[in-house]
Design a protein around this ligand. Structure first.
Ligand SMILES: [Mg+2]
Length: 447
């Protein structure tokens, strides 16, 4: 990759990013238990029939790979540390990972827990170029999740996925060599790969298809070029034949398809200086709720569960969730529920991370008010949209009150904020001092 800025692609040359976290499960285990650092670690079944799900690069040096029987891995690496999986932790990290990608562009197609495609065409006018976006994303993943990742930047999904693979660290007999981290699949590289790659490097070509192709003498992608698709179709089926023919020409018609209703939307922050007081955390929640509500509205969905995650300095975490019988996409309402959840979390030590997640997402019902704060909208439209949103917010208050009562019942009655500081898009709802639905006024609430 050239360091000369003039040779870097523009967004339209390489609009597809494939982001892949390195040794994901094993890396999360290392974060949770730093004493494992530098040691050969796998996540997997420890029993006689156990299988390796994820291996650190240190373990890979011994030939250990995911999918391998744990017993075999132990033989290859006698010092191997086998850790059972903690899927709740992986899911939490996966949500946070996706939130970072979605922050870059809403057109994100997750692939498993630790990979995603992103189409950055929407950033065309704002972005310096796709490589800078990729580097920025990788840096955020490192800073905020403390995980390493690789990003392929390309014209198509196929090349982007191949690119992220080549951007990863490599394990050889002399140790671990860092990869470039971000790799642009330039037209030259595309041409080179189409000449040299084996067929099983292609998407969807598993061992059985590869074996069928090998029996036809087709071992490399270049062998597929100029083949009669009908002849190929009789061997691998018409769909696969058409796809292979396209790949061999360097084409990939598949678009990045945004997860219409993703499983959750979240925002979290690891603080530079750990938070000591609840008041500070309440302030942070305000920002978190704005971000999450913004993404919900952008996607046209409402959330039916709200989760608050608190991570302490000793790296233990507490999470609190509440299911709502109404859908929420309003920052003020979201913050009220999140605050109630946060109040039930003991602050026995300083807090290094605060996360807010909105889950059980459903499309916003067509009959409900559509909020659109499009920047191009006329001021009148913005105002009327805000007023409509405010009205919506008012009608949701009954449900909100029930939800907060429910949180108190489940997690303990504590001081809550007031409805008076709720604001929706600049429209302030009527103050109800003395009759606050959500608890005592802010002035009289605890720290
Ligand atoms: Mg991965």
């Amino acid at each position: 990759m050239s360091s000369s800025p003039g040779r870097e692609p523009r967004v339209d040359d390489a609009p597809v990013l494939h982001v892949d976290l390195d040794a994901f499960f094993a890396s999360v285990e290392l974060l949770d238990d730093p004493t494992l650092r530098g040691r050969p670690v796998v996540v997997g079944g420890a029993g006689t029939r156990g299988v390796v799900a994820s291996a650190t690069y240190e373990a890979r040096r011994f030939g250990v790979r995911s999918g391998m029987a744990t017993a075999l891995a132990r033989r290859a690496c006698p010092d191997l540390v086998v850790v059972p999986g903690h899927f709740d932790r992986y899911e939490e990290y996966s949500r946070r990972f996706r939130a970072l990608v979605v922050d870059l562009t809403p057109v994100v197609e997750p692939l498993g827990l630790d990979e995603a495609f992103a189409d950055v065409r929407g950033r065309r006018r704002l972005a310096p170029g796709p490589l800078e976006l990729a580097r920025g994303l990788r840096q955020r993943i490192r800073d905020e999740l403390r995980l390493e990742s690789a990003v392929g930047v390309a014209r198509t999904k196929l090349f982007a996925k191949l690119g992220s693979k080549r951007a990863k660290p490599r394990v050889g007999p002399h140790g671990i060599t860092p990869g470039p981290g971000v790799l642009w699949v330039s037209p030259q590289l595309e041409a080179e790969w189409l000449e040299t790659l084996p067929v099983d490097a292609l998407w969807g070509v598993g061992p059985s298809t590869a074996a069928k192709l090998a029996r036809l003498g087709l071992r490399h992608v270049r062998d597929l070029r100029g083949l009669d698709p009908h002849a190929l179709a009789t061997k691998v089926g018409p769909a696969m034949a058409g796809q292979l023919a396209a790949y061999a020409r360097g084409e990939d018609p598949r678009e990045v398809v945004a997860d219409r209703v993703a499983k959750s939307v979240g925002h979290d922050e690891t603080f530079a200086v750990s938070r000591q007081s609840r008041a500070e955390l309440h302030g942070d929640l305000r920002g978190h709720a704005e971000v999450v509500a913004g993404v919900l509205r952008e996607r046209g969905v409402v959330a039916h569960t709200v989760t608050v995650v608190v991570r302490y300095d000793d790296r233990t975490s507490v999470s609190r969730s509440q299911t709502l019988d109404f859908g929420i996409d309003d920052a003020g309402g979201l913050r009220q529920v999140a605050r109630a959840l946060l109040e039930s979390v003991p602050l026995t030590q300083a807090v290094r991370l605060l996360g807010l997640y909105a889950g059980s997402l459903r499309p916003r019902a067509g009959s409900q008010v559509q909020l659109s704060l499009d920047v191009d909208a006329a001021p009148d439209d913005v105002l009327s949209a805000a007023a409509a949103s405010s009205r919506q917010h008012q009608s949701d208050r009954a449900g909100l009150r029930d939800a907060i009562d429910e949180i108190r019942r489940r997690f303990g009655r504590t001081a809550l904020g007031t409805a008076a500081d709720l604001r929706t898009s600049g429209v302030e709802p009527p103050r109800q001092r003395g009759r606050t639905a959500f608890g005592p006024d802010q002035e009289s609430s605890g720290d």
